[in-house]
Design a protein around this ligand. Sequence first.
Ligand SMILES: C[S@@+](CC[C@H](N)C(=O)[O-])C[C@H]1O[C@@H](n2cnc3c(N)ncnc32)[C@H](O)[C@@H]1O
Ligand SMILES: [Mg+2]
Length: 225
Amino acid sequence: MAEPTEVTASEVEAYLAATLRVEDGAAAGTRARQHSEGLPDIEVSPLQARLLELLARIAGTRRALEIGTLGGYSTLHLARGVGEGGQVVTLELEPDHAAIARESLDDAGLGERVEIRVGRAVDSLQRLVDEAAHPFDFVFIDADKESNLAYLDFAMRLTGPGALIVVDNVVRAGDVVHAHAESSMTQGSRAVLEAMGADARLESTALQTVGAKGWDGLAIARRVT
Ligand SMILES: C[S@@+](CC[C@H](N)C(=O)[O-])C[C@H]1O[C@@H](n2cnc3c(N)ncnc32)[C@H](O)[C@@H]1O
Ligand SMILES: [Mg+2]
């Protein structure tokens, strides 16, 4: 048997993703399209995407809110997670990203479940509050990390008890432990983690992740009250 040190986390990730068959043609096509269109390689991994889909399904999610669409890879999994008749509202700053996501979601036959709102997420979120939008039961926060705390605040205004809130990229190759980290993205992760821990309405945890995208992690909270 090979020594564990001879195996990389990326190899294990590829093995798990292939063995568990986490990605079908539509998902792989969505990823391929956003890469060929030149979008940055910053979407969740196939294993993480499937985790989002399963979390949504296990929680019985009907309405999911996503902050940060990119090319629609995580969106596609949330759309699957909410099931037939469910809805995903996803917020994206860049019109080009939104257009690519729209194409892939339509190709996957999930377009009707997904509304993409283009613009600064804080503006779109305020609009959802102003519209008194029907509460969401799943929120995935994965846009500009500097705004994580504001996004959590909006998530609390747009959800009710029982909702799930997932915040991506909170470990930042370990930089998250540095109180005086120079990175504003790390500071955004620290701020949201501290707020989650301090909020008695949330029961929270986090998972560290390794693989082709390096060392990172996601925080998961369930809203109790
Ligand atoms: C990490 S990517 C999202 C990846 C996607 N959730 C996935 O895993 O497939 C972050 C996205 O947030 C968008 N974004 C950055 N700042 C934003 C803002 N202020 N408002 C809305 N979207 C923003 C970026 O354009 C980018 O497409
Ligand atoms: Mg992310």
